[in-house]
Design a protein around this ligand. Structure first.
Ligand code: GDD
Ligand code: MN
Length: 404
């Protein structure tokens, strides 16, 4: 019996499977909070469903947040006789979405799945999701809103709330929610490669939106399922979850706004302008040291490049930089940044002199105009060459199998 895996800490990032490591086809995460009465029924149903299809190439990882009802103890008792089952017992962290990602972090699967523990999700839908993944989908989601889908006995109020939440999401994040017929679904599978190295930062329950919003998800497959009524235990959904959902949409909106990285780059660039201008004044202004314009400009620009690099590496491209750890790779990025920005400085000096000497523009206005022009050069080249996300085989073109 495997000893209990240590609970991962730090950023919510799923690593790619190390070359040649013992992997399995599917790792299914089952987040639990007070599901002692449901979890055994679910695990045994899953074993008898997946065993004939996947043999030993699957694992069921229960992630329990120290449930007061003793769910972790119930699962621990199962471990000796259920080799496919693993338990992650969290004591210092709480929350459905983070529980799922922590489970994926210890998983050995090429395909990472999640479903609820309270038997409201019928286990059979897993086979439909698996066949969508086999057909080439990057992500397969179980949906209540496609053929074969539905909810068993929902009050009108709950239907309005669920559809209302979906509508709000479509308003704020159309690019993400329009790709799914049931974006609220907590039942799906994703190809590990499509999220490897991506820093996730979910809030509340909606892990599917987080994965589609931040992951490299090209092809989405869907399968209908009927969401059943809960028999044992209670739903953990509270009013606070709806606020968390709203805050999550805002956070994802900001993170996925293509402009948001450019915006951050410009903010950093702005601090560089302050450093650049400040030093240009201190070095070249007749009232201060009165050194030569070009020499002062080069010193000012080089200092600004250094401060800008540190800020861009930590903030603007922080997510990519964190997936490229180590001083060596940071130094490589600094050299690359220097080369690109130095070319930018040369472009800046040429533009500055053209505008100052030929267009007779005020020296500081000319400097500002050329800095803006060069910012776009710097941003484009650095994003493309210096902070390019780690390439994985999920970036290779795939045959379309489901929703775009
Ligand atoms: N580890 C952990 N930590 N698990 C949790 C936590 C937590 O803080 N909160 C809830 N869970 C587990 C529950 O034990 C259950 O297995 C699953 O997450 C879903 O929780 P429920 O409270 O039963 O959610 P629901 O049935 O109201 O909502 C479900 O259906 C919705 C509609 O599809 C969830 O799947 C939602 O994500 C989904 O939107
Ligand atoms: Mn439930």
């Amino acid at each position: 019996m495997d000893p209990l895996p240590p609970v991962p800490v730090g950023p919510l990032v799923v690593a790619a499977l190390p070359e040649g490591s013992a992997s399995v086809r599917l790792s299914l995460i089952i987040p639990t909070y007070n599901e002692a009465k449901n979890v055994v029924t679910l695990l045994t149903a899953l074993e008898s469903l997946l065993g004939p299809v996947l043999g030993e190439s699957f694992e069921l990882i229960v992630v329990d947040d120290d449930s007061p009802d003793g769910t972790a103890a119930v699962v621990t008792n199962l471990l000796p006789t259920h080799p496919r089952v693993r338990l992650l017992h969290r004591r210092n962290e709480r929350g459905l979405s983070s529980a799922v990602i922590r489970g994926w972090q210890v998983a050995r699967g090429e395909i990472l799945g999640v479903m609820d523990a309270d038997l409201q999700h019928p286990v059979e839908a897993n086979l439909k999701l698996l066949s969508e993944m086999d057909r080439g989908a990057d992500l397969a989601a179980a949906s209540r809103h496609v053929e074969g889908g539905g909810v068993s006995d929902w009050s009108a109020a709950r239907r309005v709330l669920s559809r209302g939440a979906q509508l709000l999401g479509l308003l704020l994040l159309p690019g993400v929610l329009s790709r799914l017929s049931d974006p609220m679904s907590g039942y799906f599978m994703v190809r590990r490669d499509a999220i490897a190295g991506v820093v996730m930062n979910p809030l509340g329950y909606k892990i599917l939106i987080e994965v589609v919003g931040r992951g490299r998800i090209r092809w989405i497959g869907e399968a209908g399922y009927v969401f059943r009524e809960r028999v044992e235990g209670e739903s953990k959904v509270t009013g606070a979850l709806y606020w968390q959902y709203f805050a999550h949409l805002i956070r994802l909106r900001w993170a996925t706004l293509p402009a948001s990285r450019l915006f951050r780059f410009c903010v950093v660039g702005g601090t560089g302008v302050v450093v650049d201008m400040g030093l240009l004044f201190l070095l070249s202004d007749p009232k201060t040291l009165g050194l030569g314009l070009t020499r002062s400009k080069i010193i000012a620009a080089e200092t600004a490049i250094l401060t800008n690099f540190l800020l861009n590496d930590a903030w603007t491209f922080g997510d990519v930089a964190r997936s490229l750890p180590g001083l060596k790779s940071k130094l490589r990025r600094f050299v690359g940044y220097n080369v690109i920005c130095s070319a930018g400085v040369a472009l800046n000096v040429v533009l500055l002199n053209l505008l100052f000497n030929f267009a007779h523009m005020n020296r500081y206005l000319a400097n500002a105009v050329s800095i803006v022009a060069v910012t776009f050069w710097n941003y484009g080249m650095n994003k493309k060459l210096n902070w390019a996300p780690v390439k994985t085989d999920s970036m290779l073109p795939r045959p379309p199998s489901g929703r775009p």
